[in-house]
Ligand binder design. Sequence first.
Ligand code: UGA
Length: 433
Amino acid sequence: MRMVVLGLGYLGATHAACMAELGHEVLGVEVIPEKRDSLARGEVPFYEPGLPELLKKHIDSGQLQVSGSYAEAADFADVFFIAVGTPQKKGEYSADLQYVDAALEELVPLLTHDALILGKSTVPVGTAARLADRADELAKDVSIEIAWNPEFLREGFAIQDTLHPDRLVLGAFQGGVAETVSREIYSSLLDAGIPFIVTDPPTAELVKTSANAFLATKISFINAIAEVCDAAGADVRAIANAIGYDARIGRRFLNAGLGFGGGCLPKDIRAFMARAGELGAAEALSFLREVDSVNMRRRTRMVELAREVCGGSLLGKRAAILGAAFKPESDDVRDSPALNVAGQIQLQGASVSVYDPKAMENSRRIFPTLDYATGALKACEGADVVLILTEWQEFIELDPVKTGQVVRKPNIIDGRMCLEAERWEDAGWAYRT
Ligand code: UGA
C-alpha cells in the first residue's frame, strides 16, 4: 500500500522505516532540511539501535522516499500518518499542537482525492474530533477521514515495539474506512496475533495518555517507597523484587532511582492534567501532580546526596557525572534527569565532568557550560564523587579498582541502583544510592 508519514523525528522515522519493512511504499515528509537530507542519505540524525540499517535498506531499495514537499505528499497516496511532535508549551502544562495543526492545514487544501489521515502523535483527548471538523472546512470537494492510531514505542526499542507491538489501537469515527484500511496496513501484525483494539477517537487518545500516566505513576510509586526506605533503613530494590513477583503488580517499571525524564512521560502527564482541567475533571488526575513532584524530588535528593558525601559543600569539589541521556540506548537529552542534576551540582560550585556513550553532542548543545570528558575514566579523574545517572551497560561494567585509582575520593552514588554494591565496597568505595 502507498502511504505518507508526516514528520520524521523519533516516531515518524521509525514508523516510516517499519512500514517499508512491512512491504508498503512510503513517502516520509520532513520540513527541517538538515534532518531531511541526512535521512534521504539513509543516515539517522539520532541514536536508535537498528534504525540506520533499516532506513538505509529501504532508502536504497526505493521502498522509502524522503521529501520536504506537502504537494508531492498529497499526490503520493491517500493514507497519511501524522507523526509530528507535541511538546509541552513553554510556561504551561498543556501540549503544544502547532505542528499537528500545521500538518493538517498544509496537507488538506492540497488533496484532490479522498483521504484517510491517521494520527500517531500523542495528543490531548478531543484532538481528532477538532481536526476532523477543521479538515471538513479545509477540504476542497473531497472527503477527509481522521482517525487516531496511537504509538507506544519506547526509544531504544523503537523498531521492536513497532514491528512487534503489545497491541494496536485505532480510534475511528463511525462509517469510515479507517478500520478496513488499518487492517490492511497492519495485516502481517494482525496475522501474527497482535491484539487490535478498535474504538472511538477520544478513547484511543486516552488509551495513550493513560498508558504513559500509569507508567509514570508506577515509577513515582516505587520512588516514593524509596523515600520511606531511606527513612526506615530498608532496601527498595528488595521490595520491588518481592512485590514484582505478584503478577497483578509486575516487576517492570519498578526501578527506583533518579526517576523518569525524556520527551514523553513528563510532558504527557502534565498535558493530561491540563486537559482534564479543561474538561472539568481536574480532581480525577490531581494525583499526577504528586507523581510529578515525587519525580522531581529525586533530582534534588541526588544533588543533596552528592553534597553530603562531599562533606556538606560542593564548593570547589569535582563531580564525575556518568550518563547524560534520559535513559540508556538513547542519545535523547530532553528533560534528562542526569543533565538536570549535573547542572544543579555545578550551580552549587562544583566542577562537573560529564560522560555519556551517545549523548555528548546533544548535551553540549543544551548545556554548553558543563565539562565533557572523552571517556568514563577520564570523567572520573580527580573526582570527589562519581554519580551514575544513566544505567548504560558500560557503567555497570566499570572496574571499581581501576576507577578507584583515578579519583580523589572513592565516593560513588548509584543514581539508577544498577551497580553491584559489594563489588564497589570490596574495592574500597563508599557506595550510596
Ligand atoms: C515512553 C513509554 O514507555 C512508551 O510506551 C511511549 O510510547 C513513549 O514514552 C512515548 O510516549 O512516545 P520512552 O520515553 O522512550 O517511552 O522511555 P521509557 O522506557 O518509558 O523510560 C522513561 C523514563 O523512565 C526514563 O527516564 C527511564 O530512565 C525512567 N524509568 C523507567 C525509571 O526511572 N524506572 C523504571 O523502572 C523505568
